[in-house]
Design a protein around this ligand. Structure first.
Ligand code: 5GP
Length: 215
């Protein structure tokens, strides 16, 4: 993958470049985006080297990917956000510029939004915990909804230290479906707004690169 920018986030993590840090633990750091697209916009970044894109998720690091959702929840508590939106560009083809995994967390005034979908017959992946199916009203060439089946996981706010792998598995299923579809890159979106959503399941959107966003 041909990134033209270096890993500027590594310098922030090492304290060698400035950033407005809003949260940090041993595994993850969250800091304000230098060019915000909403009144609140942070990047949630794993500290571990070697996680370049969302394609680097695998069975052994599901907890690290799940922790990105957990840190978003912690940040929302710290910043008094009732609702927020999560976005990730995966790979240069998916619009990713900085070569280190990063989840964008934006306040709800970030305009782009996507509604969840009822299940459709075009199922790309299913196991005991997770299902991925084509969106009933796709907004781009490939628009796939990835849902956790457990009704206790109603939204991104239901992530806990004890279920990081289930949430991290959303990233793994997205990678797996993207490979089935032959995508070299993709975008991921989750609206964490439990009162607004009509779905009772956590709903993660996988979008092909033709989906246009500001991010
Ligand atoms: P991507 O396009 O890779 O998904 O997002 C990269 C994000 O990193 C962009 O929103 C951009 O504004 C932000 N960014 C790029 N360089 C820096 C930097 O040096 N510091 C901070 N805080 N954000 C940066």
């Amino acid at each position: 993958m041909n990134f033209v920018v270096e890993d500027v986030f590594a310098q922030i993590i090492k304290g060698e470049a400035p950033a407005e840090i809003v949260y940090e633990d041993e595994v993850v750091m969250a800091f304000k985006d230098i060019n915000p697209k909403a009144s609140f916009h942070v990047l949630i970044v794993p500290k571990l080297d070697g996680l370049v894109t969302g394609f680097d998720v695998h069975a052994e690091n599901l907890d690290i990917f799940g922790r990105l959702f957990l840190v978003a929840k912690y940040v929302s508590d710290l910043e008094d956000l009732d609702t927020y939106k999560l976005h990730m560009n995966v790979g240069t083809v998916g619009g990713q510029v900085v070569p280190r995994v990063h989840l964008h967390q934006l306040s709800s005034d970030y305009a782009p939004n996507l509604a969840c979908s009822a299940a459709t017959d075009l199922v790309y992946y299913e196991d005991d915990d997770t299902i991925a199916f084509s969106h009933e009203k796709p907004v781009c060439e490939h628009h796939v909804v990835i849902q956790l089946k457990n009704p206790e996981f109603e939204s991104g706010l239901d992530v806990r230290e004890t279920n990081l792998e289930e949430f991290g598995n959303l990233f793994w299923v997205a990678k797996s479906v993207s490979q089935q579809l032959g995508l070299d890159g993709y975008k991921l979106f989750m609206n964490v707004a439990p009162k607004e959503t009509t779905s009772h399941f956590t709903c993660f959107h996988l979008l092909s690169p033709d989906y246009k966003t500001e991010l």
